[in-house]
Design a protein around this ligand. Structure first.
Ligand code: SF4
Length: 351
């Protein structure tokens, strides 16, 4: 999702209007959770500040809780920007992706001019986590490591590097197998599911031994992602609404049946049955073959978009749950001496 569009005042007005409507529609709601995501959100910092202020004000006025997190490449996350995000936008949790160490990360994540980015991002993490505000409040940076055939051997050196930079106990880490989600062939180098699952247990063990916070066992989930909650919506900078995070700006999914509608159009034109919105019914029907899976209560069924495209979305846990249960047992036995698992970790983005 790469675009130069930024939400202007008129679009921000529409976000606030729509979210206010969704909150009022259900008297059981106690708060609003906002995730800033897509392309690189920090390039639109001005729009994020404006929208956050309006949404926070709306929540305060109506006594709703306000929660906010951000998925960022970390390149512009300087301490000053972090402090603005915390103070003005109440963004408390950050997910930053590193594709291994500099050797692998810089092969695929460069600036527009082709310059390397790994050292800048890592230094930003070091500086941000050293700020007083980060150490004294419950802020969290979670490092997501995308893994495929081309970079899996750099995961272990990255764990040691995080320790060497004294980031253990300040950040958490998790490992995600790269799969094809957009229309960009990202999954062409995907690892075999069994191999990734086996390696993942090793990396998690290594993190634990090096004092880096990790989540070992999945928790009970009641829905898989935004698509299953009819009041969870994804907005792009032009006011288009979707059920799935991967739809905006996508060549295939940004239009037609995948679009719920546009915030500037009459609500009467919105499509309540936009693609994937009725995913719970698909699972119930047994069409995906996952309804009887014993892991369903903790995986929620896996990414609906992948299943919809005919690709298996079973999580690594299905293949490595025995290893994870043993690791969890080991951690419980040795817990007194080592940091705990990630407390109330930011929901790890499944896409
Ligand atoms: S998990 Fe899959 S369906 Fe759900 S938001 Fe992410 S990409 Fe979309």
């Amino acid at each position: 999702m790469h675009t130069k569009h930024y939400a202007d005042e008129a679009v921000i007005d529409k976000y606030v209007e729509r979210i206010g409507h969704l909150l009022k529609r259900n008297p059981n709601y106690r708060g609003l959770s906002v995730t800033w995501y897509g392309g690189e959100p920090l390039t639109g910092l001005r729009a994020i500040r404006k929208a956050s202020q309006r949404l926070i004000e709306c929540c305060r006025r109506n006594r709703y809780d306000y929660l906010s997190d951000m998925i960022t490449n970390g390149l512009s996350l300087k301490p000053k920007v972090f402090q603005t995000l915390v103070a003005e936008c109440e963004v408390k949790r950050y997910q930053i992706t590193l594709d291994g160490t500099a050797e692998s990360h810089d092969q695929r994540r460069m600036t527009k001019r082709g310059a390397p980015t790994f050292d800048i991002i890592l230094q930003n993490i070091v500086y941000v986590t050293r700020t007083e505000i980060y150490s004294h409040h419950n802020y969290e940076i979670s490092i997501r490591v995308n893994i495929d055939k081309t970079n899996h051997r750099y995961a272990t050196p990255l764990i040691y590097l995080i320790k060497a930079r004294h980031l253990q106990e300040k950040v958490s880490m998790y490992f995600t197998a790269v799969v094809d989600l957009g229309s960009n062939d990202a999954g062409k180098d995907s690892l075999d599911a069994d191999f990734f699952a086996e390696e993942e247990v090793e990396w998690l063990y290594l993190c634990y031994e090096n004092g880096i916070r990790v989540r070992i066992l999945p928790e009970r989930v009641h829905s898989v992602c935004t698509v299953e909650n009819k009041d969870s919506e994804v907005y792009d900078a032009l006011g288009n609404m979707y059920a799935c995070w991967e739809f905006p700006y996508d060549k295939v999914y940004s239009q037609g049946e995948s679009r719920i509608g546009n915030l500037f159009d009459s609500p009467a034109t919105y499509n309540p049955n936009a693609s994937l919105r009725n995913w719970a019914a698909v699972v119930d029907s047994g069409k995906t073959g996952r309804k009887s899976c014993v892991h369903l209560p903790v995986c929620g069924g896996g990414c609906p978009k992948s299943w919809h495209e005919g690709k298996s979305a079973c999580p690594p846990f299905k293949f490595n749950y025995k290893g994870k249960l043993l690791l969890d047992y080991y951690i419980r036995k040795t817990r007194a001496k080592k940091p705990l698992e990630v407390p109330g970790a930011m929901s790890q983005k499944t896409a």
